[in-house]
Design a protein around this ligand. Structure first.
Ligand SMILES: [Zn+2]
Length: 427
């Protein structure tokens, strides 16, 4: 296949790339074999395929909200070539059977590499370590463990998980939420929640766990990844901890925490309910600068599909979470590229290269060079589109961006040289 006239990282003159046997065979003015398929890129931006460290695919157990097939389609359409599927399924991915099932099903669907995240504790109950070693040694080769949805709140369990993970060359990804501080919490603890009578989710519940975990990980010389940072105070903690961690500390931010604030509470629409909650304008501004400066390493979607009955209800009864896979790139363009905080190379760093490094994926987030795997995404930077939840590939439709006009569109995604999505359609 010949990709014609693409601009790698949005830089320099357009070039042609020859893709053969799943790799980039040649860049420049290659002489394609007769009959080669031509993908006309006409000055579009070419990036390494996006990597999402945090998605909820809901299979097994909630196939009415999402399946590995529909979630993979959403990922490919969003420009992703690898996603990490969180363990809070039903049954929980806390053992070899479930992680291998998720991994195999992802390969059968074949639209994106699906890497199961293993649970840290049995049943996400926070009481007893799951069999991390068995999951690491399984066909799925699990290298990331998380109880996401729940915090590993017991410091002794967290310490043991961190210590054990070092022998497995794995990373522990923490959903940082001190549960004693968030009983019944509905929204960011502040003026807006108080006015509406919602129980608050204080930023300190996140900051306290991140500070504790940074200390535990430092002593254990273990790798810690902080999920969905939402508070400016957490950035302060990470700034302090990072130089002490010798490269073993990483953190992610979601697209919604880069764009939306708790002003959305005034809508009473549970589509805006998410955990951690939408916070203040000052927090959003700090997330953006921290991502630009590298204090936050990467963007992860926390794609969280929910069936209609779990969202079309009163705020207190609604489940937290929002769709993210198909809108992530456009939200990062709006919040980071348009204001000049990141260029396209910077976007490739936070949405592909760093997440691939954190997860230890050897074939993702690679440079666009001859001989490298052809995991790629083409983006039309001049395109604009309107979000319609019903038109997204996910089974669920709980997008907080309904009717929003967004910049930049994925025009093609390639997984090992095969087109998985093109012009908004799965191939
Ligand atoms: Zn979480």
């Amino acid at each position: 296949m010949l990709i014609k006239g693409a601009r790698p990282y949005g830089e320099g003159e357009p070039v042609d790339l020859l893709i053969a046997d799943g790799v980039i065979a040649e860049i420049g003015a290659p002489d394609p074999p007769a009959g080669a398929e031509v993908l006309d890129a006409a000055g579009q931006v070419l990036l390494p395929g996006l990597v999402d460290l945090h998605t909820h695919l809901r299979e097994p157990g909630r196939e009415d909200a999402e399946t590995i097939a529909t979630g993979s389609a959403a990922a490919a359409l969003g420009g992703f070539t690898a996603v990490f599927a969180m363990a809070n399924t039903s049954p929980v991915a806390d053992n070899q059977v479930i992680v291998e099932h998720v991994w195999r099903r992802g390969r059968e669907v074949g639209l994106v590499d699906v890497h199961p995240v293993g649970a840290v504790t049995v049943g996400l109950a926070g009481e007893k370590l799951a069999e991390l070693g068995t999951m690491a040694g399984s066909a799925a080769g699990v290298r990331m463990f998380s109880d996401d949805g729940h915090c590993v709140a017991d410091p002794l369990i967290m310490r043991r998980a961190l210590e054990y993970s070092t022998a497995l060359n794995a990373v522990i990804a923490q959903h940082a939420e001190e549960p004693a501080l968030t009983v019944g919490a509905q929204a960011h603890e502040g003026e807006r929640a108080a006015r509406l009578g919602y129980t608050g989710w204080p930023a300190s519940a996140e900051e306290a766990i991140v500070a504790r975990d940074c200390l535990l990980a430092e002593r254990a010389m273990a790798r810690l990844h902080v999920c969905h940072v939402s508070s400016a105070g957490t950035v302060d903690v990470l700034e302090w901890a990072r130089p002490r961690a010798d490269g073993r500390l990483s953190a992610e931010v979601t697209p919604h925490h880069l764009l939306l604030t708790d002003e959305r509470l005034a809508t009473y629409d549970p589509v805006n309910k998410v955990n951690p909650p939408l916070r203040t304008d000052a927090d959003v501004r700090r997330m953006r600068t921290a991502l630009a400066e590298g204090v936050l390493d990467c963007v992860a979607t926390d794609h969280a599909p929910h069936a209609a009955q779990d969202k079309d209800c009163e705020w207190a009864a609604a489940k937290p979470g929002m769709l993210g896979l198909q809108t992530a790139l456009s939200i990062v363009v709006r919040t980071m590229v348009e204001p000049g905080l990141l260029d396209w190379r910077g976007l490739a760093r936070v949405m592909s290269e760093r997440p691939a490094e954190i997860a230890g994926l050897p074939d993702q987030g690679r440079p666009i060079e001859a001989g490298e795997p052809a995991n790629l995404v083409l983006v039309d930077p001049a395109a604009e589109w309107t979000v319609r939840g019903a038109e997204l590939a996910s089974l669920a439709a709980n997008t907080p961006y309904e009717d929003m006009r967004l910049p930049a569109a994925v025009t093609a995604t390639l997984l090992r040289g095969r087109i998985t999505a093109r012009a908004g359609r799965i191939i």
